[in-house]
Each structure stands twice: as structure tokens, then as C-alpha cells.
Design a protein around this ligand. Structure first.
Ligand SMILES: [Zn+2]
Length: 617
């Protein structure tokens, strides 16, 4: 043995030693932030992989099966999962039946499922079934679908509903991979937020794999008589037969959007980007389930005018799915970044005019929200405190539009070039991990503000209510023109419809939302005669028109019946809530209650809970 070898051996020993030290240190520092909305204690034992084996029974409207978890066990003697409205039949640790306890029921959080394990336990298996009270699942009758022939099922996990169909550590800080076997009636197809089939199986059995680690709120399932059509080799649509061609046309720019997004902030990390168009009761515009965005059919306008929603859900593939808010108090990190990214994608694909209009509509929504919350200014802070509250309470324009305004102001302060480099690195550095607001602030200071010697009132933006005075000013020539046209129409006896000939949906929305509060029903009627807005087929235009009809006490052109039909058919919470709010605000509670009596059964729990609260039920 010569000296060189001795040195080499010493170096090797040193390396082994330092590696071990590092691992030890990592373990000590790997800790999860305080979590208000989960019973789990992942610092002692955390789930890492889920194998799900379930049956979907449309007769009983119950999902039953077995969830097996690979766990990271830090010398624990128990592991806690979140459950709500689940029946737990049996629990095993490493294949042997073990004891478990379901804790006290909490209205918001459900019940902790505490499972006894050994410090050597590597897997746990839970045999369970859902109940009729489940909040994530919506079972639809054939009548509630587009084709009216077969039933349909979809899940909605965000924010804390996954625990109502799978026992799980239901915190966004948890990241797991999963695979699943799902059995459904053989005339139906199942799809998940995972690698998906493109055709129906012969026996109704489907296998899924999600190889990238995701937060539990992103586990999703839809089952229905659906078909697949590709848009490009990595994008496509699932929908019922009567919708699938329309969806393929409406979303034909998807590949362009993915390319634009990648050019901005780096590679798309999820391989496939598909969209499933659900029946109209789906409570959101879209839900960014990885690889398979769930979307409302109300975005199918026939002219691609509402596809900023697709840009939004696509942007979540970076902000939200790749870099995830650690807790629901940090929700703005998911949504503010996503609105910013959405508008950048729209600008890249459709130009600045369209991007500015979207931004300005958001800016107006933000003013409305701040007005709504004027008695609760703390709720207008970006960083929330949702202790004891449903995370849904934080899902308003503050996270989205104040979050956007903060990032846009930051962009204008540091310059777009530097800001884009910063954002690209932010996504790359934090890929497949979760982040708190405080961690983001440190990263922002160290990587953007300090190196460029920039002082910025970040703390005011994030921890104070309202909008700081250094806000970016958003303007749109198109909207200025729509306002001018509105004033012109209000003053003249005739309406020259040719002045609106090249208007997009967004201009119509702006035009209608700008009706003066004192506008007479006679004027509303003149506009309706000229443009037949009471029968608008574009859902966004219809919604804002209906809102004004309620505000201005207009009842012509069958509008009352159309409002009722719309509210019975569509379960998208934003639309439904806007219209019921308008009824309430104008002292028309009786009308609201009469419609709600007929429409409530068609809504997902997310929408029904919001409207119950709004109407004081
Ligand atoms: Zn979003």
C-alpha cells in the first residue's frame, strides 16, 4: 500500500463519514410546516406511495376497496391518516391485521384514523368504503349528463375533500406517487390524474400510474361514457360523445399553449396534458389535476373565446402541481403565480390586447372583493390565517388577483427579463416540493431583490390588508372603446350594432358590467332587442347579463326563465354564486330560494355549501 492509496482511503472514509452526517442532518431538518387542516403527523410517519384497488358501484353510489401505503417510518408506533365519512373495515401493517382507532368527528376535518404500527413497519393497508355523505364525489344520473344515456361520476379533491373518498394524509405538504386499479361498469371508461387509457377496456377494469409525486388534493377520478380525441401527440380531450368534437375544436390551441409555457418557464414535467370536459354540474371552471385537467362544459363557446381557462390550468402544471403551497394559508402561491403565468401564456399565444383585457377583468374583480370584505380586512391579506376555517374561505379574488397584481408590480419594478429568469429558476429549484410564503420571501430576497439592489415593499403586499399604493396600473384600449360605445348607445336613440361587430367575449363582458346603476329597464330592453343578450349562448356573457337583469329589475325577453334554467343546469360555483348574490343584494331572497329549491340537487357539495351559507340555510 503506498501513500497515495492511504490518502485515497482516508478521503473515501471522510466521504462516507460526511455523507452519513449529511443524511442525518437532512433527516433532522426535513420537517413539515404547521398544518391546520390535517390530523396527520408526517414528521414521525409519512405516506410515500399509494396503491389503490377500488370498485365503483353506481347502483349503491359507493366506492369500496383497499388502499395500501408505503410509509416513511421515523421510529413511530402509530401513523395517522385523515378520513371523513368513510367506513373502515380492516387495517393491516406489513400484511398483518393491526389495531386502529377512529377519533372524534370534526365537522370540518373529519376523523383521524390512528393505526398502530411497529417502528419497522413499511406498509399499511386500509380496507374501506365511502358513504352517501362523501363530499368529494358527485354521482350524476344519465339525465344530468350531456348524452343522457349513462351515469357519470367525478371527484373534486381540493382543498380537503380527498379524505372523503380515500383515507389519506390530506395535507398539500405530503407528496406521493400512486398506482391504481379501478373497476367500473363495462360500458363506462375511467380516467385519473395519471397515465390514462385512450379507449374503453373490455371488462371495465383500468390500471393507472402516477409516477411523479403529487399532493393528495390532486388525486382525481372521473367515470363516464367518454371518448378521447388527440389535439397533438401530448395533448387531447376526453368528453361525452356529443361533446368530444366540440371540445377538440375549442381546445385546438393546447399544444401552442404548452409550447408558449415551456418557452417562458421551462419544460413541461408531466409528459401528457389532457382535458376532460365534465357534465355542467362540475363546481369549478377547471381543476388542474395533473396530466388531466377537469373542466366545466361552460367554456365550450364554439369560438375558443373562453380558453384562458385552459391556459390557467396548464400554468398550474408549474405553480401548484410542481411547486405546491405548503398549507392552505399559502394558497396565493398556487393561484397568484398561476394567474400571472396564465396571462403570460395568453399574451404569447393571442397578443397583448387579450392579455390586458383578462388582467383588467381580474383587477375589477379584486376591487369588488375588497369591497365585499371591507368588514373583514384581514381576509384581504395574501398570507391567510385559516385556523378553524374551511380552506374554501380563502378561495377568492385575493389569492388570484391580488397575487397577480403583486407579481405584475414586481415584474414592472425589476424588468421583465430579470423577472422571467427568476421565475424560471424558482420553478426549477422547487420542483416537486412544497413552499411556504416565508420560504418564498427568503428566496425572493436572495435571488431577485438583493442581487439587483432593489427595495420593494414585499411585506406590505403579503402581510397587510388592501392594495399597496405602488400597484401596477393595468389599462386596455379595447375596454376604453367598449366604455365609449356604451356611453354613445345610452345617449342615442338608435343602437348601431356595427360598432360591436369585432368584439370578443371580454369586451361584451366589460360592456355589460359597466351598465350604470341607474340604468332603466327600458334601456336594458333596448340593448336586449339589439343584441338578444337574454339568449346569449356564451356562458360568461350570459352570466354577467343575468346578473345585470337581476340588479336592474329587468324581466323582458324570457330572461327570468333563462336565469332559472341556467341555475338548474350549471353548477359552476363562480356563476351560481354571482347570480344568487345578485338576488340577495337586491332583496330578492324569495326568488332565490324558489330557484335554489329546484337547483340544489344538481350541485356538487362545494357549490351547495357556498350557496347554503349565502342564503343562510
Ligand atoms: Zn387556479
Amino acid at each position: 500500500m503506498n501513500i497515495t492509496k492511504h490518502i485515497a482511503l482516508f478521503t473515501l472514509l471522510l466521504m462516507v463519514f460526511s455523507c452519513q452526517t449529511e443524511t442525518k442532518e437532512e433527516k433532522q431538518t426535513a420537517s413539515y410546516a404547521e398544518e391546520l387542516h390535517s390530523f396527520a403527523r408526517p414528521n414521525t410517519s409519512a405516506i410515500k406511495h399509494l396503491n389503490l384497488d377500488i370498485d365503483v358501484d353506481f347502483e349503491t353510489e359507493i366506492i369500496s376497496g383497499i388502499a395500501t401505503y408505503t410509509i416513511e417510518n421515523n421510529n413511530a408506533t402509530e401513523i395517522i391518516l385523515d378520513t371523513k365519512f368513510l367506513v373502515i373495515d380492516n387495517v393491516e401493517a406489513d400484511g398483518k391485521t393491526t389495531t386502529f382507532k377512529l377519533g372524534e368527528f370534526d365537522e370540518l376535518l373529519g376523523q383521524p384514523l390512528t393505526i398502530d404500527i411497529k417502528n419497522s413497519t413499511k406498509t399499511i393497508t386500509v380496507t374501506y368504503k365511502t358513504t352517501e355523505k362523501t363530499e368529494a364525489l358527485q354521482w350524476l344520473t344519465p339525465q344530468q349528463t350531456a348524452d343522457k344515456a349513462h351515469p357519470f361520476l367525478f371527484t373534486q379533491g381540493q382543498a380537503i375533500l380527498t379524505r372523503t373518498w380515500i383515507p389519506i394524509q390530506d395535507s398539500p405538504q405530503i407528496r406521493i406517487t400512486y398506482d391504481a386499479t379501478v373497476k367500473v361498469p363495462k360500458e363506462l371508461m375511467a380516467v385519473m390524474s395519471a397515465e390514462n387509457p385512450k379507449t374503453k377496456s373490455a371488462n371495465g377494469e383500468y390500471s393507472f400510474k402516477m409516477k411523479q409525486p403529487i399532493s393528495p388534493y390532486l388525486i382525481a377520478l372521473a367515470v363516464g361514457d367518454i371518448e378521447y380525441k388527440a389535439v397533438s401527440n401530448r395533448t387531447g380531450v376526453y368528453a361525452e360523445k356529443s361533446m368530444v368534437d366540440k371540445a377538440q375544436f375549442e381546445f385546438s390551441d393546447m399544444e401552442k399553449m404548452v409550447v408558449a409555457a415551456e418557452n417562458l418557464y421551462g419544460d413541461y414535467d408531466w409528459d401528457q396534458f389532457d382535458v376532460i370536459v365534465l357534465p355542467p354540474s362540475f363546481p369549478f371552471g377547471g381543476m388542474e389535476n395533473p396530466r388531466l385537467t377537469f373542466a366545466t362544459p361552460t367554456v365550450i363557446a364554439g369560438d375558443k373565446s373562453l380558453t384562458s381557462l385552459i391556459a390557467h390550468e396548464l400554468a398550474h402544471s408549474w405553480s401548484g402541481n410542481l411547486v405546491t403551497n405548503a398549507t392552505w394559508n399559502d394558497f396565493w402561491l398556487n393561484e397568484g403565480f398561476t394567474v400571472y403565468f396564465e396571462i403570460r401564456i395568453m399574451e404569447a399565444v393571442y397578443g397583448k390586447d387579450r392579455a390586458n383585457m383578462i388582467a383588467l377583468i381580474g383587477r375589477q374583480d379584486l376591487d369588488d372583493e375588497i369591497e365585499n370584505l371591507k368588514k373583514e380586512p384581514n381576509r384581504t391579506k395574501l398570507k391567510l390565517n385559516l385556523k378553524g376555517k374551511n380552506p374554501d374561505d380563502g378561495m377568492n379574488s385575493i389569492a388570484y388577483d391580488k397575487g397577480y397584481l403583486f407579481l405584475r408590480t414586481l415584474e414592472e419594478t425589476v424588468g421583465r427579463e430579470k423577472f422571467d429568469v427568476f421565475l424560471k429558476n424558482y420553478f426549477k429549484t422547487h420542483a416537486f416540493s412544497t413552499i411556504t410564503t416565508e420560504k418564498f420571501l427568503n428566496y425572493l430576497n436572495a435571488n431577485l431583490l438583493e442581487p439587483n439592489n432593489i427595495t420593494f415593499n414585499t411585506e406590505e403586499w403579503i402581510f397587510q390588508p388592501g392594495i399597496p399604493s405602488n400597484q401596477a396600473i393595468i389599462a386596455s384600449d379595447k375596454f376604453a372603446n367598449a366604455e365609449k360605445t356604451l356611453n354613445h348607445f345610452l345617449k342615442s336613440d338608435t343602437i348601431d350594432a356595427s360598432l360591436t361587430i369585432d368584439w370578443t367575449t371580454l369586451e361584451w363582458v366589460h360592456f355589460i358590467r359597466n351598465f350604470p346603476k341607474t340604468m332603466t329597464a327600458k334601456d336594458v330592453s333596448r340593448f336586449d332587442e339589439a343584441f338578444n343578450l337574454s339568449n346569449a349562448t356564451n356562458s360568461h356573457i350570459a352570466m354577467v347579463w343575468f346578473e345585470q337583469a337581476i340588479n336592474l329589475d329587468y324581466h323582458g325577453n324570457n330572461v327570468d326563465q333563462n336565469i332559472e334554467d341556467f341555475l338548474i343546469r350549471v353548477g359552476r360555483r363562480w356563476y351560481v354564486e354571482t347570480l344568487f348574490k345578485a338576488f340577495e343584494k337586491n332583496g330578492k331572497t324569495e326568488e332565490a330560494l324558489a330557484i335554489y329549491k329546484k337547483s340544489r340537487a344538481n350541485y356538487h357539495s362545494v357549490t351547495a355549501n357556498t350557496i347554503d351559507k349565502l342564503l343562510g340555510l
